[in-house]
Design a binder for this molecule. Sequence first.
Ligand code: FMN
Length: 218
Amino acid sequence: MNIIIVYAHPYDGSFCKGLLDTVSSRLQSRGAAVKVKDLVKMKFDAVMQPDDLKAARTEAYTDEVKREQADVLWADAIVTIAPIWFGAMPGFLKGYFDKVFMTKFAYDERIGGKLQGKRVFSLFTAGSNDPYLDMAGQYECINLSMDNLFGSTGFVDVATKFYQSVPIVTAEERKQYLTEAIQFVDQIFDCQPGEVGQVGHGGLLTKLHMQGYLNGRV
Ligand SMILES: Cc1cc2nc3c(=O)[nH]c(=O)nc-3n(C[C@H](O)[C@H](O)[C@H](O)COP(=O)(O)O)c2cc1C
């Protein structure tokens, strides 16, 4: 099993870093080959530059993007680890996927998602509690965003796990959170592709696109 962990947090003292350490050693102990993409440490340029977008037509991706795309093709599954910022994934994580999952590489207007059969398991930390995240639409915002990103590009599992009230939980609760992270990523090994989290709106988007709804033919 080949797995990339896309890690989007700038601070080593964060709970996200605890998740990264726990999850990467668990995946390796289950026999996976793991590559960690620490976006801040690798100084990934998450800003969409003119050449990046031009590649949607020319497929002349930059070297930085090409390297990441090769690893995406190598991976059976992607794990993401990030905090929720203003109800969404951090901008530089979104920027990574916008650039790496560029049209033609991850998605083709005629044939749909090109990353068929891959799986994504995402861990998000939050400052707020469960009722707030629900009422403010933050779960929904993240889930729809992940679904559009991965569902429309062909992923068969799009699973998310949220950690509430991270800055104020007790040390005991943090330990429990890490145990739950292990159980969450163990599903990569213990469940068949497609069994964990089926795509929703992202898959629907692809279907509508195929039927011509999104490009004005219908
Ligand atoms: C710019 C910024 C925006 C944030 N927005 C939210 C938010 O919308 N919802 C939320 O629950 N927490 C929000 N937080 C709190 C972080 O999600 C929380 O502190 C973090 O997940 C704790 O985990 P960490 O130790 O891994 O950083 C925000 C924090 C920052 C810095």
